[in-house]
Structures are given as structure tokens and as C-alpha cells.
Ligand binder design. Structure first.
Ligand code: BGC
Length: 763
């Protein structure tokens, strides 16, 4: 690697400024005289979208494998598989001469309406973080970079360039940042892409707290921060905040602004040098991997097929699946003939080839007669004739396979969905077909939940096939005919109604602001807390076999937070087919100092079992599995106490609960101050030691002043008819003392100051 410091010392101010901005839509600025090469980036995330001429815009990209989108990959819950996908993407980048792949996307699915939800993994930060870290490690193991995106709090498309996401510190730390944090700490993505939106009033591209304080300093991010395409407003402010590389370029005027800011002393040149250092480091790292050659398109197609097969989720099955022995099969729906396998926008891939459900069904149908009916048109028109034709086909068959694809115009980058509905025609079609044919199987192609209450009860089975990638048709045919036993589980909740969803009352925002009013309560955390029934819970997915969980155990029933605890459970395949089960571990804090969700996913494992086979599945739970972010301490903390470990097959299917006791090793600083309430003084260990005896006296005094004598705390008719201490406890200590000032030897403010001195000297 070149000596970066030497190069920086030889660069002119103009060269430094130019390097901090791209040279085109997809390339960095080369500096030939110093041997600084050009770096090429391409979208991402589930395939390589490499345009033939990286210096031009708007051209169709070169053929590459279109893997299933993130909704599907996350539903595999298979970190090894997603790592393999990353490796394959890395190989394609090498063959297509791409240095950095713009992915993965790890934003939380705050609302199922989010237009890009299909590109994102989950509503749960733990699952998304695991997926992201393994994806990144896979790609980067090939010497190709990634760009984890969009940092941060970019959970909707509505006004995505301008909206300010108003989120509190705990939700930021516990919901919106952990997937990034995990990926950065575990996998060190070469680049992080900032988002378009503002976070609490400041553009993400100019967010010092997010870009520098948290990402670079707290998490130790070593790579470069790149802007989302067009996200920079004020280049100098962005540089100062930690945004290293602006894309796309060139932007002569902005480069000039950087030069002028340094010359005028407005911007310290060392800030610019740091951005230059980070960019050069990644450019040279990228160029250390020779590019060219070909990739194994067939092997990657097979991998895409495998991922699709593992990610599809069997939502409902009354026993009709897998198909066996049906002589006449009605195949209904346009998506059977024209595979619907990816979403719209910057992730759009030009696939190397596309498998078609109809052909795959025919190949497996073995003597059965297949008929086809279109079912619904390409547009939104209502076509009764197509419904009638489909009903006819369904009626004269033994089973109807209904392929329902959510139209692309309903889910894409750049805008959100308006509802969770299928088209009117699709709903009417499902209802009519289901009425004519009790053995109706619905196969869905969509990247995010749809509501089903108008028709789910009438159909025999539902297979969520997602935006399944170019080989998805093979996977779904394998599942329908039983060559593959489905094993995917939902990485997001399917709600019954849009009005039930967590962000419903705060979506999509107005007058430039969207308030994250639900706080921590996103996804199943919300449905748990509100006890709202859902259509299919987070973590749900059926199999053609059944699994029993037994003999749950932990490595220690009492443990230190820094050591964590390991939980083990035996899982047995109790059916007659080989299958895979995803064991989920949720943690419930029995008593917390701050509000916490009822349960949170903190570990999982996918295990393959032959019929009758039993395997012990272990999951380690570390410090963070028990910790929460305390906005006053400004750090992750643990508290002594009992936690329930829920061993589950889904968020709504808890098989065993074990209770363990955590011992916190933290020695937290005292956060009591002049405004602290009596309750806060008593809750603090040191506060209680110092103030406890005085509290007893205060209580007696208050009783004398406000309450009768017979009832210790409550006022009697001679008092004021209330629990006076309950009221006092939530007042600042100093304010309560003011009422008793006359009986105190010193002024209440001096007294509180002296108590504070005592507690602070105890640290
Ligand atoms: C998208 C990014 C994408 C970039 C480059 C932006 O509009 O938000 O996800 O990587 O364009 O295509």
C-alpha cells in the first residue's frame, strides 16, 4: 500500500478538495500525477448494478445475478447463507470491475408502508445487524468493499430528501442504530452511506454526532463516509461533521467552497486531510484486488435459488401442501408466467436469467395437467372476464395455485405504499377462486406485508415467496411439490390492519417533520405492549414437519453481565420429513429502571434435523442482550436482577422460559443533581445511603404537618386526604425542603449541595 501520509503531503489544496467529491456518478477522482487511481462503486444491495460506462448515467446495467431482496434473505435467518451471498456478490464485483458494492441496507422497518422495505432486512435490530455483518464479511472477504446504508433513521421515502426524523435518544440507540453498530464493530464495512433525511433537525450528511461522535469515535469506524447520491447540502459543514466523500460528482463549485473555506480559515485543513486519508486508504485497498475475469453465473443462480428456498415463508397450510398426486392443477395469475422477483429503484438488477414459475411447475408436475389463466391485468383495471376465466379453470382442477404479485408501482424506492392492500382485482380474484376451489394455494410475490383478512380464511395455504430473485421460481416450485421443506420465518410482523401498525398515527409526518412517537415500540415490541393481535407474528413460519423443544438449560443461573450466559435447548424433529427449525431467544427484563419492551430478540439459531433426530442448540447471550441505553448515563447499562429467557419458535410461540439472575459489573457515575426528585435520590444506591435517614425524618414531619396521626402516611379527615409522600417523591428534593425551610438548620439549597458533595465523593 502507498504511503498515504506522503501522498497527502504532496497534494495541493485543490486536489484534496476534488478527491472529497466523486468524478462521476460512480467513480472517485483520480490523481494521476500522484498515482491515485479511480475507484468504482455500484449498487447494491442484492445484485451488482454495474453500468457499462461508469462515467455516463442512465444506461442499462450489465447482466448480474439478481438475488432475493432483503425481506427474503432475512427470513432465512441463516447467517452462513447470507455470507455466501456476500462472497458471490464480491466475485461478481471483481468480474464486473466494481470496487465497492452499495449495500447492504439495514434501516428498520418502522412501518410496513416504507417504499424501500423490500431492500431492508427487518423490524428487529438484532436480526438486521446479524444479517448485515455477515453480508459485509462475505463481500469483503473477496477484497471488495461494501457501503452499509442509509445512515441513519431513514425509514420512509416520503420527503426523503428533507424530512426530519424526530427520534428520542433511546429509540435511536436501541432500535435505529444497533444494526449499523453491529456491522461496523464486527465487519468494518469499507464505507458507510449517510442518508438523505435530517435526524432531529440536522441533515444526516452534516450530523457531527452521528458521523463523528458515534460512528467514528464510539464505534471505531475506520472506513469512509459517503453521502447518499445528492444528500449533501453544505459541503463544508458536511466535511466538518465527518462526511468524507460526496457522491455523485463532479461538483466544481463545491470543491471550490472547500478550498475557500480552508484558505479563509473557516475550515481547519486537518479536517480535510482526515477525509482525504480515509478516502485514499479505501481507494488503495480497493485497487489491491485485481479486477476482471468472469463469474460463475450458474453457481450463483443456484445460490440465489437456495437463498430463495430458505427465505420463503409458509404462512398457512391446512395440509394441501406439499402437493402430491393432484391430476389437474390450475395455475392462475400473471406472476406465474412473468416472474415478479425484484423491486423498483436503484437496486434494480439486470438478471443473468430468470426462472419462470409456469415452466418450473411443468417440470415437476409429473403427468399432471396444468392449465393457465391470467387472473389479473398488468394495470389496475378491474377485469371480471379474467376472474371468470380463472374460476372456470379452478373449478375443473384438483388444486388452484394462485400467483399474486404486488405490482411494482406499489413498492419502489422514492415513494411509500399508501396501503397494505392487494389490488381490488386481486382480492376479488382470490375470493372467487377460493369459493370455486377449496384447495386454493396463494403464492405471494411482494417485498413487504399485505393484509389478508378479506380472503385468508377461504384459502387452503399461503406461501410468502417475496421478491424472490431470479431463481425464485425454482425454489417455490420445489416447496410446492415438496422437494424442499420450507424453513423461512418472518423477519417482520404481518399486521391484521394498517391501523394496528406502530407508526400509524405518526406517518408519514407533516410540515417537514416525522415524529417517532412510538419510541422503542417498533414491530413486535409494539404489538406485545399493546396486546394487539396480528395476522402472522414476527418469527412465524411453518414447515412440512414438526419440532419439539425440550430440556432447556443455562450455563449458570447467576452470572456477571460481562461474561453473559449460554442457553441450550434440545430440538427434535417429530415429523416424518427432514426439515430446518429456527430457534429464537427473546429476553424479558423482569424489573427495569426505565421502560423496556416486553421481550426482545437477542439470539437465534437455525438447525437442520432428520426425522426423529435431536440436536442440542446453544445460544450465547452477551452483555448487550441484557443492557439498555440510558440517556442520562449516556451509555449502555445493565442492572442487577432477574431476566426471563424465552425460547421460542416465533414471537407468539414461546416454548420454554428460564429465569436467570444478572450481576451488573458496572460502576456507574452518580447522576443525581440539584433537580433530582426524592424518588431518584432513593433509587440511587449512593443517594439512598446519604439521604435515606433524612427521608425517614421528612416522612415523619410531613405526616405531622399534613396527615392525621392514626394513619401513618395518609391524611385523615383532619389532614388533606391524600398520600402526601407520593406527591413529594416526584418533586425535586430541594423543592420539598423549601416547605420545611423553617425547621432546617441551613438553607435547603445549601443542604442539597452538601448532600450532592457527599454522594459524588463516594464514586
Ligand atoms: C439511493 C441509494 C443508492 C444511490 C446510488 C440513491 O438514490 O438512495 O440507495 O445507493 O442512489 O444509486
Amino acid at each position: 500500500m502507498k504511503d498515504i501520509q506522503t501522498i497527502i503531503s504532496q497534494m495541493t489544496l485543490e486536489e484534496k478538495a476534488a478527491l472529497c467529491i466523486g468524478a462521476s456518478a460512480w467513480t472517485s477522482t483520480p490523481i494521476e500525477r500522484l498515482g491515485v487511481p479511480e475507484m468504482i462503486v455500484s449498487d447494491g444491495p442484492h445484485g451488482v448494478r454495474r453500468v457499462p460506462d461508469v462515467h455516463a448515467i442512465g444506461m442499462e446495467s450489465l447482466p448480474a445475478t439478481c438475488f432475493p431482496t432483503a425481506s427474503c434473505t432475512a427470513s432465512t435467518w441463516d447467517v452462513d447463507l447470507i455470507r455466501q451471498m456476500g462472497q458471490a456478490l464480491g466475485e461478481e464485483c471483481i468480474a464486473l470491475n466494481v470496487d465497492v458494492l452499495l449495500g447492504p441496507g439495514v434501516n428498520m422497518k418502522r412501518s410496513p408502508l416504507g417504499g424501500r422495505n423490500f431492500e431492508y432486512f427487518s423490524e428487529d435490530p438484532y436480526l438486521a445487524g446479524e444479517m448485515a455483518a455477515n453480508f459485509i464479511q462475505g463481500v469483503q472477504s473477496k477484497g471488495v468493499g461494501t457501503s452499509i446504508k442509509h445512515y441513519a433513521v431513514n425509514n420512509q421515502e416520503f420527503q426523503r430528501f428533507t424530512i426530519s426524523a424526530e427520534v428520542d435518544e433511546r429509540a435511536l440507540r436501541e432500535i435505529y442504530l444497533p444494526a449499523f453498530e453491529k456491522a461496523v464493530k464486527q465487519a468494518q464495512p469499507w464505507t458507510v452511506m449517510c442518508s438523505y433525511n435530517k435526524v432531529n433537525g440536522t441533515f444526516a450528511s452534516q450530523h457531527q454526532y452521528l458521523l463523528t461522535e458515534i460512528l467514528k469515535k464510539e464505534w471505531g469506524f475506520e472506513g469512509l463516509v459517503v453521502s447518499d447520491w445528492g444528500a449533501v447540502r453544505d459541503r463544508v459543514a458536511a466535511l466538518r461533521a465527518g462526511l468524507d466523500w460526496e457522491m455523485p460528482g463532479p461538483q466544481a463549485r463545491r470543491a471550490q467552497a472547500i478550498v475557500q473555506a480552508v484558505q479563509s480559515g473557516e475550515l481547519d485543513e486537518s479536517v480535510l486531510d482526515e477525509a482525504v486519508r480515509r478516502i485514499l486508504r479505501i481507494v488503495f485497498k480497493a485497487k489491491a484486488t485485481p479486477k476482471g475475469g468472469t463469474f460463475d453465473a450458474e453457481a450463483h443462480h443456484q445460490l440465489a435459488r437456495k437463498i430463495a428456498a430458505e427465505g420463503m415463508v409458509l404462512l398457512k397450510n391446512n395440509g394441501i401442501l406439499p402437493l402430491s398426486g393432484q391430476k389437474r392443477i390450475a395455475v392462475i395469475g400473471r406472476a406465474a408466467q412473468k416472474a415478479h422477483f425484484q423491486g423498483g429503484g436503484s437496486s434494480h438488477i439486470n438478471p443473468t436469467r430468470v426462472s419462470v414459475p409456469w415452466a418450473e411447475l411443468q417440470a415437476r408436475a409429473e403427468g399432471a395437467e396444468l392449465t393457465y389463466a391470467e387472473g389479473y391485468p398488468a394495470d389496475d383495471a378491474f377485469r371480471q372476464d379474467l376472474i371468470e376465466e380463472a374460476v372456470k379453470a379452478a373449478r375443473s382442477a384438483d388444486v388452484a395455485l394462485l400467483f399474486i404479485a404486488l405490482p411494482t408501482y406499489k413498492e419502489s424506492e422514492g415513494y411509500d405504499r399508501k396501503d397494505l392492500d392487494l389490488t381490488q382485482q386481486q382480492v376479488a380474484l382470490i375470493q372467487a377462486v377460493a369459493q370455486a376451489q377449496p384447495n386454493t394455494v396463494v403464492i405471494l410475490n411482494n417485498g413487504a406485508p399485505v393484509v389478508m383478512c378479506e380472503w385468508i380464511d377461504g384459502v387452503a395455504a399461503v406461501l410468502e415467496a417475496w421478491l424472490m430473485g431470479q431463481a425464485g421460481a425454482e425454489a417455490l416450485a420445489d416447496i410446492l411439490f415438496g422437494q424442499i421443506n420450507p424453513s423461512g420465518k418472518l423477519a417482520e410482523t404481518f399486521p391484521l390492519h394498517l391501523t394496528d401498525t406502530p407508526a400509524y398515527l405518526n406517518w408519514p409526518g407533516e410540515t417537514g417533520t416525522v415524529r417517532y412517537g412510538e419510541g422503542l415500540f417498533v414491530g413486535y415490541r409494539y404489538y406485545d405492549a399493546k396486546r394487539i393481535p396480528v395476522l402472522f407474528p414476527f418469527g412465524h413460519g411453518l414447515s412440512y414437519t414438526t419440532f419439539a423443544y425440550s430440556n432447556p438449560r443455562v450455563s449458570a443461573s447467576t452470572f456477571k453481565d460481562v461474561e453473559g450466559v449460554t442457553l441450550t435447548v434440545d430440538v427434535t424433529n417429530t415429523g416424518s420429513r427432514a426439515g430446518k427449525e429456527i430457534v429464537q431467544v427473546y429476553v424479558h427484563d423482569r424489573q427495569a429502571g426505565l421502560v423496556r419492551p416486553q421481550k426482545e430478540l437477542k439470539g437465534f439459531a437455525k438447525v437442520e434435523l432428520q426425522p426423529g433426530e435431536t440436536k442440542a442448540v446453544s445460544v450465547h447471550l452477551d452483555f448487550r442482550a441484557f443492557a439498555f441505553y440510558h440517556p442520562k448515563y449516556r451509555q449502555w447499562i445493565t442492572e442487577d436482577g432477574e431476566f426471563d429467557l424465552l425460547i421460542a419458535a416465533s414471537a407468539a410461540d414461546i416454548r420454554h422460559t428460564l429465569t436467570v439472575t444478572l450481576q451488573s459489573t458496572l460502576n456507574l457515575p452518580c447522576i443525581l443533581d440539584k433537580e433530582s426528585t426524592i424518588r431518584e435520590w432513593l433509587a440511587d444506591l449512593r443517594g439512598r445511603a446519604v439521604f435515606g435517614p433524612m427521608y425517614a425524618q421528612m416522612e415523619a414531619q410531613a405526616r405531622k404537618m399534613f396527615g392525621g396521626s392514626e394513619e401513618p402516611r395518609y391524611g385523615t379527615e383532619s389532614g388533606i386526604g391524600m398520600d402526601i409522600m407520593e406527591m413529594f417523591n416526584d418533586m425535586p428534593l430541594v423543592s420539598v425542603l423549601m416547605f420545611q425551610a423553617a425547621s432546617l438548620p441551613i438553607h435547603p439549597e445549601d443542604l442539597v449541595n452538601s448532600l450532592l458533595q457527599q454522594v459524588h465523593s463516594m464514586q
